[in-house]
Design a protein around this ligand. Structure first.
Ligand SMILES: Cc1cc2nc3c(=O)[nH]c(=O)nc-3n(C[C@H](O)[C@H](O)[C@H](O)COP(=O)(O)OP(=O)(O)OC[C@H]3O[C@@H](n4cnc5c(N)ncnc54)[C@H](O)[C@@H]3O)c2cc1C
Length: 290
């Protein structure tokens, strides 16, 4: 199906194979269009210079959440509403559930998609830190085949990704875990709702007798991409949590920080808030043990 207006063209295939075929022929010509909640804003602001859109909206196999023993697998055009309504995600991956509840308001949650949030590649987006905290993987597909990449390897720089020019995001999968994890996600913004983050931290941690046995962290709005701070995770591994170790970890964390400055905040502000947020996260872990 193709829609035309005087300036815009929207092609809306039903089959994924057709999407991939068209995208492979003219990837530079087509702009993928999922929910359109980022793209419509860009179009109206005059920041989107592509006027030929390839809609994913009618491709049924791209939408839906599948749960098996190993993974929760989320189709790229699943909406925030789909995520909020999924019980397994609510119970096992509360950081992602929280991200979906934070995103926009009901209209955006009903239309905006997980694939669009990832594809837009904003360092301030809400789902990516949650996905990183759960060691998620992204499936990229093209006419050449499909491949899974670790989410933490997906973003390569400001608004750049490791996807080839003919690849689209088709699914996201999150490994399910049998052990008990502590989940933490906090977003700092100018107000409680409908706010783009000035900084946020998502974390999933496995503790045994106050010792950090497994940890995965995802920061938004700290660097040009959402960030998995591997060296900080390594510093945390094996640490026995106490008031003293938390103080030392905060100091070490503060020394490694190189935050960005952008329209929402300065690097100086972010350095202070990031250290406070990191300390709050560590204290919340300690309070879980008591
Ligand atoms: C009022 C308002 C409030 C918002 N609040 C938040 C918020 O709180 N938190 C937040 O994170 N975001 C927020 N957003 C941004 C936006 O809603 C999300 O990023 C949303 O997930 C985008 O999804 P979409 O399907 O609408 O993407 P689209 O607008 O359709 O696409 C976004 C980008 O991703 C690309 N893309 C889409 N699908 C794919 C795919 N499958 N593979 C590869 N590339 C793809 C598109 O080409 C485009 O570049 C808000 C937006 C608005 C307008």
């Amino acid at each position: 199906m193709t829609f035309h207006s005087s300036e815009l063209q929207m092609n809306a295939p039903v089959a994924l194979a057709e999407v991939l075929e068209l995208y492979a022929q003219k990837a530079s010509k087509w702009k993928l269009f999922a929910g359109g909640t980022d793209l419509m804003v860009e179009l109206h602001a005059g920041h989107c210079h592509q006027h030929q859109f390839l809609s994913l909206h009618r491709v049924r196999e791209l939408r839906g959440i599948h749960v098996d023993e190993q993974f929760v697998t989320i189709g790229a055009t699943s909406t925030y509403r789909d995520i909020v309504n999924n019980e397994v995600i609510a119970n096992e991956f509360p950081n992602l559930h929280q991200a979906a509840r934070w995103t926009g308001a009901v209209a955006i949650q009903s239309r905006g998609t997980l694939g669009g949030n990832i594809g837009n590649a904003s360092p301030a987006a809400d789902s990516p830190p949650a996905l990183i905290s759960y060691n998620s993987e992204i499936e990229l597909a093209s006419v050449r085949g499909r491949r899974w990449v670790r989410y933490s390897d997906f973003h390569t720089g400001y608004k750049t990704t490791c996807a080839a020019s003919d690849e689209i995001i088709t699914r996201v999968r999150i490994p399910r875990r049998k052990e008990k994890f502590v989940h933490f996600y906090k977003k700092v913004g100018p107000r409680k709702a409908l706010a783009i983050s000035k900084l946020s931290l998502a974390a999933a941690v496995r503790l045994e007798n106050k010792v950090v046995c497994e940890v995965s962290l995802g920061f938004a709005s700290l660097a040009p991409t959402v960030l998995k701070p591997v060296s900080i995770e390594n510093d945390l591994l094996g640490v026995h949590l106490s008031v003293d170790s938390i103080k030392q970890l905060r100091e070490k964390f503060q020394q490694t920080l190189r935050p960005i400055t952008d329209v929402r905040s300065t690097a100086e502000y972010r350095a202070t808030v990031a250290a406070n947020l990191f300390e709050e996260f560590l204290k919340s872990l300690l309070s879980c043990c008591e």
